[in-house]
Design a protein around this ligand. Sequence first.
Ligand SMILES: *Cc1c(COP(=O)(O)O)cnc(C)c1O
Length: 413
Amino acid sequence: MSMVTEEKRQIALKRAEELKERISDYLEYKKKIPTGFKEWNKIKERQEKIKEIFGASEAEWKDWKWQLRNRINKVETLKKFFNLTPEEKDISLTGSKFRWAVVPYYLSLIDPENPADPVRLQSIPSIEEYFDASGVMDPMAEEFTSPALAVTRRYPDRLIINVTNQCPSYCRHCQRRRNIGEVDRQAPREEIKVALKYIAENEEIRDVLLTGGDALMLSDKTLDWILTELDNIPHVEIKRLGTRAPVTLPYRITGELCQMLSRHLPLYINTHFNHPLEVTPDSRDACWALARCGINLGNQAVLLKGINNHPLLMRNLNQELLKIMVRPYYIFHAKGVRGTRHFRTRVEEGIEIMEQLRGYTSGLAVPTFIVNAPKGYGKTPMLAEYLVSMGANKLLIRTWEKRILEYENDEDI
Ligand SMILES: *Cc1c(COP(=O)(O)O)cnc(C)c1O
């Protein structure tokens, strides 16, 4: 090896040391994060206990309809699993204002010894919801952006069909909780037909998103019907489903469902993982099954105080998601929805999270941080600043490590 090459190698080795140092804090932190994979044995033990209480077989446990029929929504049942905290003990009162229910699978992820368990905070009502007088029920003014029954339209070329208000479990941070009434309501076929007619008559709509509620609460048959109708509209190029089933009810992803969905490509699914604890072997099986059918999976997390408002935790979540073939898509700032104030963070926290993703980890693990503009004016990215200043022929840029460098901006170079 020549001297010059040896010198270059030495420089590269020194740089590699520096790079290792950049993530030493993360490597330490990562060891302590409970993930669904690390906790799986304990989760399985809890599942055995739940099955015993319900007298359920393994086949019933893996049957999504059994899971839905046996949702936990009574204090007495909940008390069999853990002692309620002071914030939880008035659960019936809170429940009278905001509906609650948890499917047994999602409940099994909760560590009963941890009052601040991230799945617990997302699914068990807190009295803070009841006493929250801040915020409004509909901060995105969705009720003013519905040009046709069941449709929400805020963008030029795409829209939402609200197909159901049902979900496997009701998130305590739900931004559409005004739709989650005491009764399950699927949009009747007549309503969906009106939405389909609107899409057929508006040629600029090339992207249709089925959501609610949770799109996978519809039967395979109903979904198949809607997707077929959309396939028959020539200007509809892609279809998307919004569902949290891969997180809260992975058993919904059956072989039959996958087969049916694979007949409707191109199809994209966006799901909603908020914490690495939710990324379990069962979720992986569900996501891989969808991916094998040619379905592209994305994640829309919500930044939630006490659950995932930590840059290193978010880094881990996004890395865990890539392992199960889910591409981080958005992180949403929690809007001012009544009953969710205790989860709200400042916008700066989200920007800090983004700063600690870019460069530190795969670009694939970097979603976009979004604030929803008031009055339904749309998703608005909140970006960390990498352009320091723009001169006539030069930029000042800031790298992920916060190095300030000059960058030529001259077409003749
Ligand atoms: C979020 C949303 C979409 C999809 O937005 P993308 O940025 O394309 O993912 C479409 N319509 C409405 C009404 C929405 O709220």
